[in-house]
Ligand binder design. Structure first.
Ligand code: ZN
Length: 139
């Protein structure tokens, strides 16, 4: 079994920036030569997350609205007293979504559903450069 790690950078905008990283992930899986196994996508940082969605404008709007309802930016966050960085909502949103997504690799492809794409969600209050680690295991 091979274990391969690759990393790539993604530049993001402030607040909720949702990037479709599926094609980049697939090119890394293809380069790995792994035909059967799994791929883990992990973002470093406590105000970003990786999950999956049908990447279309309506849902990108809906996920933004849902996050605003669940974790409002203008709510009180004790975290602001620690660093005065104003991103308490960003941390909580990232914790709930989670920093990683794992998918099976079948026939050399990330085995996603037809309408399923892998997304990086950056929720910080300023533009960032994010590092995504991809760990591929298989044969
Ligand atoms: Zn913070």
């Amino acid at each position: 079994m091979k274990v391969i790690e690759k990393r790539f950078l993604v530049n993001t905008k402030a607040e909720l920036d949702i990037k479709n990283i599926t094609d980049k992930g697939q090119s890394i899986v293809s380069e790995s030569g792994v035909q059967e196994g799994m791929a883990l996508f992990f973002v470093s940082g406590s105000t970003a997350a990786i999950t999956n969605i049908e990447y279309e404008d309506g849902l990108l709007h809906d996920i933004s609205e849902a996050l605003d309802r669940l974790f409002p930016k203008d709510a009180y966050y004790k975290h602001h007293e620690k660093w005065q960085d104003g991103n308490g909502h960003s941390h909580i949103r990232a914790s709930f979504i989670g920093p990683s997504f794992t998918a099976p690799i079948s026939g050399g492809r990330i085995d996603l559903g037809t309408w399923q794409q892998i997304i990086l969600c950056d929720m910080d209050v300023k533009a960032r450069e994010r590092e995504v680690k991809v760990k591929i295991m298989g044969d």
